[in-house]
Design a protein around this ligand. Sequence first.
Ligand SMILES: Cc1ncc(COP(=O)(O)O)c(C=O)c1O
Length: 402
Amino acid sequence: MSLNEEDARRRDEADPGHRDLFHVPPAEGGRYPDVAYMAGNSLGLQPRATRSELLEDLDAWAQLGVEGHLDAKRPWLPYHELLTAPAARLVGALPQETVIMNSLTVNLHLLMVSFYRPRPGRDRLVIEDSAFPSDSYAVRSQARFHGLDPDSAVVRLDTDEITSYLESEGESVALVLLGGVNYLTGELLDIPGITALGHSQGAIVGWDLAHAAGNVPLSLHEWDVDFAAWCSYKYLNSGPGALAGAFVHERHLKDESLPRFEGWWSTDPATRFKMAPVATPLPKADAWQVSNPPIFSMGPVRTSLEIFDRIGMPALRERSIRLTGYLESLLDGLDVVTPKNRGCQLSVRIAGGANELSRRLRFDHGVIADAREPDIMRLAPVPLYSSYHDCWRAAQALKDCV
Ligand SMILES: Cc1ncc(COP(=O)(O)O)c(C=O)c1O
């Protein structure tokens, strides 16, 4: 295979993706006008459509004040419902199983209130050893909330130990909470297989899909996942700190024995303004909402989900496999730690540490990639907007610096 710049350009002509829908940041000097952006697994790029949508929502507030709740073009009271169906399509869920709300770790906590219910003999909470630190902090604080010692209740496992642990110790496990795609290595776990195994041992199985939503196809309903949460600022391109998603399987929606933290947005919207003292939630994921949602954060999620609806995950996944395979071939000779079961991210181990390297990539080569302590450089060619030429630039720069 010929792996030169011209070849990368030719591939872009044949397989162009949807870069024109996005703002690609300009490079600070150098050979190319734009950066080679390989950090969509950290913060996705801004869709060109986002600004005008956001301005429309701001204008509605200026023009209507409080009346915007009912009279805005996209009325604020039911605004979140506009996001439900496209979010459900993205993760393979039923609309009633899906809600966009809060941020990711907040959603994980709200869901664990319902789904981590330790009891004597079954109190363990399994996460992967390389879980994102926020998940680790969250589960440890949940263990403490239940009066347990997090050092014994929380079990950290390498991803290749999960199956054998569940087979031998599954009866002591209350909850398995794993990253669908690992943030560090980019490994895609066997979500349906682990979910089924956890269930066969009587455990609840939930998923942090921060690195999976918009990256790999998901079928949460069919896979019988108990609950899941994901953010929208990575592959979903909805902006820094964007609203997150939550999924609760239909099986649980009518279970009135489930504990849940509630607020006025948990109750049936038809009676919300009766101002009754007792909430009457509908059997929907919406019942896990607590507060009224931030309207200006919803437009960017809506714009992004429209793009996913229009293009479709199957087509994106196909291009993703082509792009990531191409990047992998360019990284030949480097220590790529990502296995073949993966999304678009490739992680490269850098002897001597990755932080300084990411600065050199940016300032000397116009390549934005992100380093994770101590020695991992993550490169994510995002099928919506990354080009083969970006991959070529990133690989050249990396080899040059290493
Ligand atoms: C896998 C994973 N989980 C949790 C988080 C924390 O997300 P938030 O700060 O939005 O709660 C992140 C952030 O990057 C993440 O990658």
